[in-house]
Design a protein around this ligand. Structure first.
Ligand code: CP3
Length: 359
């Protein structure tokens, strides 16, 4: 593998000095890009696209080619793992994910097993192919869903307004939910390790729904399982540390505990005050985020001002601190593509002043 010509994201995640704040965007390869929609049309469906290593490679590189972002993220989905467990995944147009066989009774939970990694081979093949296609331009981030967020979809059978079914299970039959989480922990750890073996250079755990939990329940049912995943993930590959990122949407209230989960960086949504979060964890982890994705619907000068606000909130980066610029959640499919170019160029030009250490 060729050496990385731009490893700024990896260094920022490990709180090493960098010349500017690196930037990538959650869901950066997606429907807001015409070239993505064209490749998706060729594939026939989102799942067919994710299951073709060649087409997944093509769409992973699209935002890198267009914007010069500092990292690529594997094009896939967090629900590939429960799909491999046999729950029957489909994506209905405009409706989001749906499982044909959700976990609704004790028998289906008892029957749940860690899927053979072979059934997810297409993901690892995509990772290897993307690494080759990137040829060292920027690092590749692998990912998985948090055990709890996966369980949300596995129990509800799809998106939900209040997650009433899984939250009832949590209070009525916590052991049953813990059994699901146990399987998800083992599957997620094996899944991330196989991505790292195939070439992923950093990993991120997407905990989209941990923030719906009560204090106490969050620690037990979402954070602890993520900690268990991180404890099993390999930390070194190709002679370098593989940084890990934990992103709990709505999780800023628990940032001290998240920062002690074994991750190198904490992802924050747009409701968090970056500067206050930084102080609360005393720079023990890097921070990633946290621009509101809807800022990208503003006019150029306002996008630039919001970038400045985010950088100022984090403050002077200095020795032993790390900030990776990102959105607070995935980019909207209705985002005007030119707004992303404005954002990336604003981050790159404005952020140099916040990095006094020459790197
Ligand atoms: O960030 C990236 O560019 C990598 C790709 C990626 C996707 N999904 C592609 C995708 C990643 C990291 C995910 C993670 C994911 N998937 C999460 C966690 C992060 C988050 O957004 O909260 C969740 C909850 C899912 C489950 C999922 N997948 C949902 C709810 C949906 C439907 C949403 C929608 O906008 O319709 C998906 C489908 C999906 N995953 C799309 C993409 C680009 C849209 C599918 C399409 O092209 O039709």
């Amino acid at each position: 593998m060729p050496p990385l010509s731009n490893d700024i994201v990896l260094r920022a995640l490990l709180r090493e000095p960098v010349p500017y704040t690196p930037v990538w965007l959650m869901r950066q390869a997606g429907r807001y890009l015409a070239e993505y929609r064209a490749t998706r049309a060729r594939a026939g469906s989102f799942l067919a696209l994710a299951k073709s290593p060649a087409l997944a490679t093509e769409v992973t590189l699209q935002p890198i080619d267009r914007y010069g972002l500092d990292a690529a993220i594997l094009f896939s989905d967090i629900l590939t793992v429960p799909e491999a467990m046999g729950l029957g995944l489909s994506f209905a147009e405009g409706e989001g994910p749906r499982f044909e066989r959700p976990l609704r009774d004790e028998a289906s939970v008892r029957a749940l097993r860690v899927p053979p990694l072979e059934s997810l081979r297409y993901v690892f093949d995509a990772v290897a192919e993307i690494r080759k296609a990137l040829a060292g331009r920027v690092p590749l981030i692998g990912f998985c869903g948090s055990p709890f967020t996966l369980a949300c979809y596995m129990v509800e059978g799809g998106a939900s307004k209040d997650f009433g079914t899984i939250k009832s299970m949590l209070y009525k039959n916590p052991e049953l939910l813990e059994r699901i989480l146990e399987v998800n922990v083992a599957a997620s750890a094996a899944y991330l390790n196989a991505q790292i073996d195939a070439g992923a250079q950093a990993v991120m755990i997407f905990d989209t729904w941990g923030g719906i939990l009560a204090d106490g329940a969050y620690q037990r049912f979402s954070l602890n399982p993520m900690r268990a995943v991180l404890a099993q993930v390999q930390r070194e590959k190709e002679g370098r540390r593989v940084p890990s990122i934990v992103f709990t949407k709505g999780g800023a209230g628990w940032i001290e505990e998240i920062a002690q989960s074994g991750c190198d960086a904490v992802g924050l949504d747009w409701t968090a005050d970056l500067g206050a979060c930084r102080k609360r964890i005393a720079d023990r982890c890097a921070l990633q985020g946290n621009l509101d994705p809807h800022v990208l619907f503003a006019k150029d000068s306002d996008i630039e001002r919001e970038v400045e606000h985010t950088l100022t909130r984090f403050g002077e980066v200095g020795e032993g601190a790390g900030h990776v610029f990102n959105l607070g959640h995935g980019i909207s499919q209705f985002t005007p593509p030119d707004a992303v170019a404005v954002l990336v160029s604003a981050v790159k030009s404005q952020s140099r002043a916040f990095h006094k250490v020459s790197a």
